[in-house]
Design a protein around this ligand. Structure first.
Ligand code: SF4
Length: 1012
């Protein structure tokens, strides 16, 4: 590697996993030595291993090493962890060199564990270096944090007041299950009486299911292993359909939209960048390694791409980020918040008018045609859509059979002719068609090709308007269009949650469409798709099915994630001869995303019904959900409206502070894991076992208190199905127990390991270097010898990673031929629950709209709210990382960023304390910073700060003793409750939604900024 390459890499990767191997003649020979006397120059800790004068590598005595997984954010990287055995402490973490998320050049899975440490040392260390980001590198702090809650707590004051007493686990369990006058505030129903499977939760409305739905459970679905246990309990054992998570206020709208471009059905797709060969990148609402994507993998990929291929990339973002480096081929286009679609349509219009697209790719109208042209995927760009409003198949694809040319398949006009042929004929398609044809019965039918419909939509608005709306000049849009056309399948368009406005769904669809226009899906150097996770619900043990479990088929949850047309309300209106539209309340079928925030909005409005119990594990919707209303907060704070709240976590957060009972949970280095990676191409699973003794209190049986144990004990107490002795069927016919935490995890890991066909055999030396005696002790008695040996192999490398051949010619190996959708017929069958209008078949450009179709501007005029707000994820902040001491040190606060010209127009100056005011959100106060790296007219603030009500930034009184909030935890401003809600939803509690999917939005929101 030349020096320039080294420097570029070094500059990109913000926090390397700091070389963990000491090299020297005379290393430490006794136990781990802490240099706690070094007060000013850091605290060097013992290395993992040392090389003796004989050249041999030895583990440092007293140090256990193990590969593990990071859950500081949802990328799920691998970790290598150094543990002080005598003190049962995590000393340091770095990256796992086997895991692609940590390393651009991961080690083969059959590399001996000892060898993996040697490969990280000395000269070899740079090529094999495995990094974590700053959050991951700081996660050693997660175990013994001074504000972590390890006791079982019961509320001692009013809800949310922060007063607690510690009680025994058994008392909490009994009170939660049996109820009583628990707080001197009157009788509280226990779980035993809440679960009523024989009554409707909303009498007369069967679609909402049984009264067991009065239990609302929120959780973190990103923790695949533990999350699947939680979901199994809540859905199949208990029987609630109200299982909520954060997807809808994260990136689910974009994923849903992206998926429309990938398949004629409704699937889940989102691309990554093929960093190995990409030459041009267009990043929408983000920059490489930002917005939740791992800086480890993207940083390495970006650095190599810059050096090896002079990678050219454009970031369309209201805020200039650090990875858009000067003196590279990078360009920042300062888009106005929430106006990404205007820019995108300007680009698409130009591409279609200038012919800057991949014609050969688009013409492939069938697998046969694509194959003949040397393409992998085919497209429906030339498929013809019936655009005759009186035709029974209006907006559907014209069927070959109707024109006497085949069966149900679509029609195309054969390229270079006027002849209609079946799309399956193998002929290339004419791309732009808009013409009337005679069908088999002699009827004249207007048929328009998908690509023509897209061009019509793009041409509906002028380039001038696109430029004015987006703030990006026509020339810049043209240049991007030209570059996309030029780089073709070596270009990749990528985005993430940074475009969540009322058109977040359309934005995801736009990225997919742009990748289709240039032919880069599954292409070498284009848009790549990871190989996905390895789940553990099935295999040797049947964890997925509970024989007498509750079926939720056909049940709609409290946020109405189903078809309005199947509702009782709709049917009653139709029966009365009324127009069924608008629905009284939003329904959204396109995004069944278990939207926790919308479920709680329903609860606050008691529509369709209220919750009686909240179980909140690893979720913080009151902090994280953009636009959640104060009415929701009030409804949760009031025991009369919500009688019982059980919070389960290792930290008190902004939602769990309202709990009646707080059950302490294992932290990420004390738990088992088997999770998918984000941003990784390789098929794999990141696996881990507890590394230190859990810090939570024990119950009377000597078990550490945690989420699983609580739910198991509730299930046993209430005799719920799926738990207890012999509750789990094994493939060999025997029944296994589910009585404790370890029972579940042993079986899940055995299922995962059984699918990992190339797991290496573990040697005695591997066992020693991977700390497997410690990891396997609770598992071995619960598994067969064969299962046990597979699980220890899985844990020895911190997971399983398949280094397959990446490419097959010009495409990603193993990628199946997809029918890419310029026009999505199935989505046009859905109707908006307010207007009754059909969903558009192509991406569409529209002003930001409320649920009732009013524009945002008509309620929130520019004269009152002259600026546009955008939030983003800070690189060094995430859910749990706020409680890492080192993170608070390196990133203590956030700022309100504004362009200096905008600030002076608003009469504001750098350093002012300012108040952000929206139409109906909770005002937020922060410190203004001005520079030229912000789009004019924009206000940008990062998410993840202002934790004055949780994570130790809050004041608490426990057992009468005051525990004051730590100032450094509370630094900065929290912004999600500032986001205003939709004033046109007819209810006290509302949210601001994506128009088509109902996901929460947070970008492009009109805001006013005043001196505080
Ligand atoms: S990107 Fe996320 S998962 Fe990966 S090391 Fe950083 S915090 Fe951990």
């Amino acid at each position: 590697m030349d020096r320039r390459k080294f420097l570029t890499r070094a500059g990109i990767v913000s926090v390397a996993g700091a070389a963990t191997v000491a090299c020297g003649d005379k290393g430490h020979t006794s136990g781990p030595q802490h240099s706690q006397d070094v007060a000013h120059f850091g605290h060097p800790i013992p290395p993992e291993c040392q090389q003796g004068s004989d050249g041999q590598w030895q583990r440092t005595p007293g140090i256990r090493t193990a590969y593990s997984r990071c859950f500081s954010c949802y990328n799920i990287c691998g970790l290598r962890v150094r543990i002080d055995e005598a003190n049962d402490k995590v000393l340091k973490v770095g990256g796992n060199p086997y895991c692609e998320n940590n390393s651009g050049s991961p080690l083969p899975i059959d590399t001996a564990v000892k060898q993996s440490y040697v490969a990280l040392a000395g000269e070899a260390g740079l090529e094999n270096r495995a990094t974590t980001c700053a959050k991951g590198a700081s996660c050693a702090d997660s175990v013994d944090d001074e504000r972590r809650v390890t006791q079982v707590l019961k509320r001692a004051g009013k809800r949310g007041e922060g007063k607690w007493v510690s009680i025994s686990y058994e008392q909490a369990l009994s009170e939660i299950v049996n109820g009583g006058d628990l707080f001197g505030e009157g009788h509280v129903e226990g779980l035993k009486t809440v679960r009523q499977l024989d009554k409707q939760v909303k009498p007369g409305y069967p679609e909402f299911g049984t009264a067991a739905n009065h239990l609302f459970a929120t959780f973190c679905a990103e923790d695949t292993l533990r999350g699947s246990f939680y979901a199994r309990f809540m859905q199949q054992s208990w029987g609630t359909s109200n299982l909520g998570t954060k997807h809808a206020y994260c990136g689910a709208a974009q994923v849903t939209g992206f998926s429309l471009g990938m398949s004629p059905d409704f699937e889940e797709w989102l691309n990554d960048v093929d960093w190995e060969n990409v030459e041009y990148g267009l990043f929408m609402g983000t920059s490489p390694g930002s917005s939740g994507n791992s800086l480890n993998r993207a940083g390495r990929g970006l650095a190599d791409s810059r050096v090896d291929r002079k990678f050219k990339y454009v970031c369309v973002d209201p805020l200039l980020r650090t990875t858009v480096a000067a003196d590279t081929n990078a360009k920042w286009l300062a888009v106005k918040p929430g106006q990404d679609a205007a820019f995108s349509f300007g680009v698409i219009r130009t591409m279609l008018e200038e012919g800057w697209f991949n014609k050969v790719h688009l013409e492939g109208a069938s697998e046969k045609a694509a194959k003949a042209a040397g393409e992998l995927n085919y497209t429906n760009a030339g498929h013809l859509v019936v655009m005759d409003p009186k035709h029974p198949n209006y907006k559907g694809f014209a069927k070959a059979a109707d024109f006497g040319l085949g069966g149900d398949e679509a029609l195309i006009v054969k390229s270079g002719s006027q002849t209609l042929v079946s799309a399956e004929s193998g002929d290339k398609a004419e791309l732009f068609v808009s013409k009337t044809f005679k069908d088999g019965k002699g009827r004249r039918v207007k048929l328009v090709s998908s690509l023509s419909l897209l061009r019509e939509e793009a041409q509906r608005t002028s380039m001038k308007v696109y430029a004015e709306q987006s703030g990006i000049g026509i020339e810049d849009m043209r240049q991007v269009a030209k570059d996309l056309g030029h780089y073709g399948r070596k270009a990749c368009i990528a985005g993430n949650g940074g475009t969540n406005s009322s058109d977040g769904f359309v934005m995801g669809w736009i990225w997919a469409t742009l990748n289709t226009l240039v032919g880069s899906h599954d292409a070498k150097g284009g848009a790549s798709y990871g190989n996905g996770p390895i789940g553990g619900m099935e295999g040797r043990y049947d964890l997925a099915n509970i024989a007498d479990g509750v079926s939720l088929d056909g049940v709609v949850n409290a946020c109405r994630d189903g078809a309005y047309e199947s509702s009782t309300e709709y049917q009653q209106k139709v029966a009365k001869g009324q127009n069924p539209y608008p629905a009284s309340t939003p329904w959204h079928e396109a995004l069944p995303a278990m939207n926790a925030a919308e479920q709680w909005t329903s609860h606050a409005n008691a529509d369709p019904y209220r919750a009686k119990v909240l179980f909140n594990w690893r979720n913080n919707f009151l902090y994280s959900a953009a636009s959640i209303s104060q009415e929701v907060v009030a409804s949760i704070a009031d025991p009369k409206r919500l009688p019982l709240i059980v919070g389960i976590d290792c930290h008190m957060n902004e939602t769990n502070r309202y709990a009646d009972y707080f059950i302490p949970d294992r932290s990420m280095l004390e738990e088992y894991a088997a999770d998918r990676m984000w941003g990784s191409h390789m098929l794999g699973v990141v696996a881990a076992a507890p590394l230190v003794t859990p810090r939570t209190v024990k119950n009377e049986r000597g078990q550490h208190v945690c989420m699983e144990q609580l739910l198991i004990d509730i299930a046993l107490e209430m005799k719920l199905p799926g738990f207890g002795k012999g509750a789990i069927a094994h493939a060999d016919g025997h029944q296994a127990d589910l009585l404790c935490f370890e029972d579940w995890h042993a079986k899940y890991l055995a299922n995962v390991a059984a699918q990992c066909e190339g797991l290496p055999k573990v040697t005695a030396e591997d066992r020693e270097w991977a700390g497997l005696d410690y990891a396997m002790k609770p598992l071995t008695p619960r598994l067969t010898p064969a299962e046990s040996s597979q699980v220890e192999s899985l844990l020895s490398r911190g997971g399983y990673y398949v280094a397959d051949e990446r490419y097959d010619g010009e495409f990603i190996k193993g990628a199946g031929a997809k029918c890419l959708q310029i026009y999505h017929e199935a989505v046009t069958h859905l109707r908006h629950a307010y207007s009754g209008e059909r969903y558009p078949g192509t991406i569409t450009y529209q002003e930001h709209k409320f649920w009732n179709g009013d524009t945002w501007e008509s309620h929130w005029p520019k004269s009152e709210y002259p600026l546009l707000f955008s939030s983003y994820k800070a690189t060094v902040r995430s859910n749990y990382a706020v409680a890492y001491k080192r993170i608070a040190e390196i990133s203590p606060t956030n700022f309100v960023y504004m362009n200096q010209d905008t600030a002076s127009e608003q009469g504001l100056s750098d350093g002012d304390s300012v108040k952000l005011i929206t139409a109906n959100g909770k005002p937020a106060v922060g410190l203004l910073q001005t520079d030229s790296g912000v789009a004019k007219g924009a206000v940008c603030v990062s998410h993840g700060f202002g934790h004055s009500q949780g994570f130790g930034g809050d004041d608490r009184v426990i057992n009468g003793k005051s525990v004051p909030g730590l100032k450094e935890r509370a630094g900065g401003v929290a912004i999600n409750q500032m986001i205003p809600s939709d004033p046109t939803r007819n209810a006290k509690a509302s949210m601001l939604n994506d128009y088509w999917t109902g996901a929460n939005c947070r970008h492009g929101v009109p805001v006013r900024v005043e001196k505080a």
